[in-house]
Design a binder for this molecule. Sequence first.
Ligand SMILES: Nc1ncnc2c1ncn2[C@@H]1O[C@H](COP(=O)(O)OP(=O)(O)OP(=O)(O)O)[C@@H](O)[C@H]1O
Length: 285
Amino acid sequence: MTVDALLTLKEVSKKYGNRDVLTDVSLTINRGDCIILRGNNGSGKSTMLRIVSGLIPISSGERLLKHSNLVIGYTPDRLSKLRMTSTEYLTHMGRISDIPKKNLENRIRELHEFFSLEQSNTLKMTQFSKGMLQKTNLMQAMIKTPDILVLDEPFSGLDKESTAHLLNSLKKIKSHGTSILAAVHEPLLASQLENRTYWIRQGRILMDNSDNSSDQSTAFFELEGSVDQETLDRLSGLFSDVTWKTCDSGHLLFTIMQEDYRDFLLEFIHKGGVINNLTRKELKQ
Ligand SMILES: Nc1ncnc2c1ncn2[C@@H]1O[C@H](COP(=O)(O)OP(=O)(O)OP(=O)(O)O)[C@@H](O)[C@H]1O
């Protein structure tokens, strides 16, 4: 563990039953780091985030903290819609963390202001939008100012406006010195936050050495079209950086970084994919 390291995982392995999910994973989180975890569905990202947060035991290896008072805030991939206001929920979470009443009231007000969420006395979380719920999810993780904020797919399901707001909030949190470890599926969002990216593949952790400062990495393409399921499965196996979602029109919208563009397009056309629209875009910094 280096002097500046807040948390270190040393050759950590995790099994569920007899099944190896993570093998010999080592990772150091320093103050101010923003580390993005990527990997296919089921590769072990959430498991790794829960290990870092101290929520689940490891099967072997070591998890070392800089000191025993280190605060790690964890946001799961979704928060349940509870029959209480955000203030009631956060008060409950703050009491669990032993925050004195007066400090807690101030902190809850401060967090609502920071995330631009109205501190309503009547609106229950059952009536919250996805964006409001995600802000509350982050607030509970920050009820005590965290040294490390751990985020599991924080942008999942958010519309454009909420995504932009959350991205700005995370940039601010990062600039205040909080370290961030986040699983982010969407490469464009990941590239706006990260200072290091790791991939989890077959239970092992690999550092992404691609140079994000080059002009090339800022260009990407959006392809709207359709393709059969077999080809979609094949493409997702071949191009792990390419993401897609279903648009309102029922077509698929693929996001393709410049480096994958040519090969992806050839494969897509070759397998009979239909292109309805293709747009080149620039990543805004
Ligand atoms: N509590 C558990 N008991 C048994 N197996 C589990 C448990 N939690 C996760 N797994 C398995 O461990 C593997 C890794 O799961 P994990 O949720 O960490 O992956 P992930 O990369 O976060 O996936 P996704 O991107 O789909 O959220 C999966 O095969 C999953 O089924």
